[in-house]
Design a protein around this ligand. Structure first.
Ligand SMILES: NC(=O)c1ccc[n+]([C@@H]2O[C@H](COP(=O)([O-])OP(=O)(O)OC[C@H]3O[C@@H](n4cnc5c(N)ncnc54)[C@H](OP(=O)(O)O)[C@@H]3O)[C@@H](O)[C@H]2O)c1
Length: 402
């Protein structure tokens, strides 16, 4: 099969790190499934994999006993079940599926939340044989039914970010999204943010999105944001100054209060967010922690701008806030968000579809924050955009090695 492969000697800018290579199709073990990939979604984790930071994914896997000296990434896919391993009963050859990226050992499946188990890993990032290849190897429970209304490229675009956002907003009781709640969503026009706005809206909440650039306002409002804040109007970003540095601290506080006032303006009411949807990390966390309502939650799944974060603990304990880490989603949550997509309540927000040879280029756009609002997909075996079923693909082009 053909794959877009990363090797350690090419770690660096994504446009140079990916290269097409011919590889053997991986063999299946028990409860594993081979999926013929129609389209693959583009996510930030293979920007990290391409750069070799914060971890070298190849070396990390080799330490766990997996010998391959390459990485086939890709943590989102739509496709057709091609073969099944021993013991697979939940899917059959020919099923049209979307793949979620949560993997865990057989024994951990019985846990109430396998995402909290030691064996949990992310397919196509911490595992090899992701979706940037003609065939991908996944565990059976990762496959959910493909929403029939979506094209292959739309179906490949949403699951990683949508299920992550779903767990962040619905997975941490009692701090879950409820009707009327004000919610602060960083990066509202990004992959996670565009899903968070819609999931919050579907629950009847009032999301306020933060973006850079006026052109992203309409995008967020169409998805259901009640207001939008342009973060470029503020300058207090980054780590907190030392509390004893009164001058610097006063400047920071003025910036944070100004941002708070902008939130109230955008919401149309003087209420603070019950949930702050965090992922930029180092530059925004001090403001997020300041902003959350008493008893509210800052839920965070990334540190895109850095992971050495600071917060003013005085606000944290006096107002009894919760700082909650969150990582992808379990099967139930993946199926929960898939139902929202299937019903049309959440749109995959596919912004652009790339050709196979552009795998490095679209990751570079993401790395440079130059990618379009929403999500991106790559056509793998689907011969052109706009097709929804295997039958439609066969009508255009019978399966063949490319
Ligand atoms: N743990 C998990 O399960 C999980 C799952 C999915 C993603 N992630 C991580 O989450 C992060 C975001 O992923 P994504 O797919 O949403 O990426 P994305 O599409 O690039 O969106 C991120 C958004 O962050 C905003 N941003 C960039 N720099 C910022 C800054 N200095 N301050 C505030 N906002 C900033 C940008 O919006 P504006 O420029 O418009 O503000 C951008 O649209 C990545 O690090 C990714 O690896 C983690």
């Amino acid at each position: 099969m053909l794959a877009q492969v990363i090797r350690a000697e090419r770690f660096g800018e994504p446009r140079d790190a990916f290269r097409e290579e011919a590889l053997a199709v991986p063999a299946l073990g028990p409860h594993e499934v081979l999926v013929y990939v129609m389209a693959a979604g583009v996510n930030y984790n293979n920007v990290w994999a391409a750069m070799g930071i914060p971890i070298d994914v190849i070396k990390t896997r080799q330490k766990k006993g997996e010998p391959e000296a390459f990485h086939v990434g890709g943590s989102d896919a739509s496709g057709v079940v091609w073969a099944v391993g021993e013991g697979v009963t939940s899917v059959a050859v020919g099923d049209e599926v979307v793949v979620h990226c949560g993997m865990w050992d057989e024994i951990d499946r019985q846990r109430p939340d396998p995402m909290l188990s030691a064996s949990q890993r992310i397919w196509g990032y911490e595992s090899n044989w992701g979706s940037f290849a003609q065939y991908t190897k996944v565990q059976d429970h990762q496959c959910v039914p493909k929403p029939a209304r979506l094209t292959w490229e739309e179906a490949a675009a949403y699951m990683l970010v949508a299920a992550t956002a779903y767990r962040m907003l619905h997975g941490w009781p009692p701090n879950i999204v409820r009707p009327g709640d004000p919610i602060l969503v960083w990066g509202g026009a990004g992959g996670l943010g565009s899903m968070a706005i819609q999931i919050a809206r579907a629950a009847g909440a009032r999301p306020v999105a933060v973006v850079s650039g006026a052109e992203k306002n309409d995008f967020c409002k169409k998805l259901g944001a009640v207001g939008v804040i342009d973060r470029r109007k503020f300058e207090h970003w980054g780590k907190l100054p030392r509390w004893s540095d009164e001058l610097e601290y006063a400047i920071w506080l003025k910036g944070a209060r100004g941002f708070g006032a902008a939130f109230w303006d955008a919401l149309g009411e003087k209420k603070n967010p019950t949930i702050v949807f965090e992922h930029p990390g180092e530059t925004t966390l001090p403001t997020s922690c300041f902003m959350a309502e008493t008893g509210g939650m800052i839920v965070i799944c990334a540190g895109t701008t850095g992971y050495n974060a600071t917060l003013d603990l005085r606000y944290h304990w006096m107002r009894q806030k919760r700082l909650q880490g969150s990582h992808f989603a379990n099967d139930e949550q993946a199926r929960g968000v898939n139902a929202l997509v299937d019903s049309g309540a959440v749109d995959p927000c596919l912004a652009r579809t790339f050709a196979w040879r552009e795998t490095g280029e679209c990751h570079q756009l993401m790395r440079d924050n130059q990618h379009p609002s929403g999500n991106m997909s790559i056509l793998v075996n689907a011969p052109r955009p706009g097709l929804r079923t295997l039958a439609e693909v066969r009508a255009v082009q019978p399966p063949r090695a490319r």
